[in-house]
Design a protein around this ligand. Structure first.
Ligand SMILES: [Zn+2]
Length: 108
């Protein structure tokens, strides 16, 4: 029914590299709180054209997590992070998912 599937996405605010597909958004009202970025963010099932940094342990407002920083593969800007592991049951659904902070990406 919707013929425009796959045509919308998000790009890096800095170099306009496409980093995520609109169809991969899980949560558009995700509140991302992290030392690398704070504020509105989108939770994606996966991202493209990004670099995943080595994982590290961090205590977030929602509890302890192991995350990896997500960098733009083109310009190296930090765009968000990926949840590698969550230690609380309520956060388990985030594992393997990617958060891109809203002010780091532009809708295309
Ligand atoms: Zn970039």
């Amino acid at each position: 029914m919707d013929k425009s599937v796959g045509l919308r996405g998000y790009c890096c605010f800095n170099c306009r590299n496409i980093v995520a597909d609109h169809n991969d958004i899980i949560n558009k009202e995700f509140l991302g709180i992290h030392e690398k970025g704070r504020g509105r963010a989108f939770l994606f099932s996966h991202a493209i054209n990004v670099v995943e940094e080595p994982p590290y342990y961090i205590i977030m407002i929602t509890g302890p997590h192991v995350v990896s920083d997500i960098l733009c593969a083109e310009c190296g800007k930090n765009l968000g992070w990926k949840y590698q592991r969550s230690f609380r049951e309520v956060n388990k659904y985030k594992e393997g998912k990617i958060v891109l902070v809203k002010y780091n990406i532009i809708k295309v």
